[in-house]
Design a protein around this ligand. Sequence first.
Ligand code: ASP
Length: 331
Amino acid sequence: MCGHRPPIAYPVAMDTTTPNPPVALVIHGGAGVIERDRLGADDEREIRAGLDAALDAGQAVLVRGGSALDAVEAAVRALEDSPRFNAGHGAVYDAEGRHELDASVMEGHTRRAGAVAGVTTIRNPVSLARAVMEHSPHVMLIGAGAEAFADTRDDIAREPNAYFDTPHRRAELEQAQARERADADAAENLKGKYFGTVGAVALDAQGHIATATSTGGMTNKRWGRVGDTPLVGAGTWADGRCGVSGTGWGEFFIRCAVAHDIAARVAYRGDSLQAAAEAVILDAVPGLGGDGGAIALDRDGNIAMVFNTSGMYRGWVRPDGSRGTAIFGEA
Ligand code: ASP
């Protein structure tokens, strides 16, 4: 007897109807007083080109299925290598006319973190922060100890401190020191007198989030000053839900635990990422007298870019692949 056989189902080699898991990336190149009429067309072009190069570097990692951690490191290294931003080459000067650099990374799904502060010969501090996370038992190394740790690693490029010099940052130091000589009180008010710190948050195809932040700190800083950038929870945060990178007057970002507070509002209150970022950046930080901005990204690919200064250099790649850069209050 001849039964009715169901049609044979051949395995489908590739399902082209299922989209790739969404990936996303958001970066910043610092918040601060950026005046539209004083930013020349050439400056703007170079800054946008720097942001685009960082987006290219991070996006390339994500679209080939790489990790969020690799993506944020790649994006931040590109920004550190550009003289236009206050991180790596182009970092601000401290009061002694040298550069002391801070950076951190955090991986959300493992909650691993690494940070360095006050390093002086590390070409890409973000990569040393990652090495601390992956190859030491510690989270944060500072100054001479961080340099000694770097000595143990072949993969960490070194430079003389003068490599970080740029004429425009030298001019900023001279202006800050002249202001300080003229009026000691003015030197205490650092509102808006910084910008160019860099950061990135990425969501990879596995649904993992990572954050990285890197800076030269604030012009004319003294006494081994460390800001929020290398402090996990202040300038950088990542967990299973979202990642945050901050930029602004670091003392206030530390006192407000900015990056963790944004993530905690999402976790404990169920706030949207945008609402959480606005509460912290538009209320908490200025409420204490500080200023600055933050970028944030959640596991659904939502992006928030919030600042209470006149501008924040920023760029993004959304889960739908749309991409852009912005400086002032435009979208
Ligand atoms: N937050 C950095 C610091 O205080 C400065 C900046 O964001 O530009 O070191």
